[in-house]
Design a protein. Sequence first.
Length: 185
Amino acid sequence: MSTSSYEKHQDRGLPRRAGRPRSEQARCEILVAAYKLLKDKSFNAVGSHEIAQAAGVSSATLYRWWNSKEEILFDACFEHMKPVLAVSGSGSALTRLRRYVVYVAEFLSSGDGAIMARLFTGIHDDAKLRRTFWQRYVMPRRQMQRRFIREAMTSGQLKRGTDPELLIDALNGPLFFRWLQGTLL
């Protein structure tokens, strides 16, 4: 989960913000409520007051944790999907890369994948949110794939001259294209 403005504030050794202390239980309830709303509505259709009402908290409580509705929805989505997006496994680097690509295809065609699509399409016109999505979702997965590819090249499973970035794009591009078109099976 990204570092909130509060955590950044605390990391600098500054005093706690005024008001009641933040409740971890309220934070969790907000994230669950926001994710449930995102299951039923588009990213832009979910409102911060609606999130607060569904979580049983005040709007002020939302802003003790986050700076915007968009941050809440991002955190709700990524918090829910942490276990879903975790990749583990054994075997050769090439086996893990293949398994990962199949896993991504399964994820993108799931209900959670549909919610991720709502998140992704909802941020299309906002450069800051696209950058956040890139940093929190895309880059960690590309780094993992890069590691698999480099290990496969080192072990001789892939040619040494393989361009990791090109291979990653070749593996993921068709999946994401079909996902955004709604045709991934």
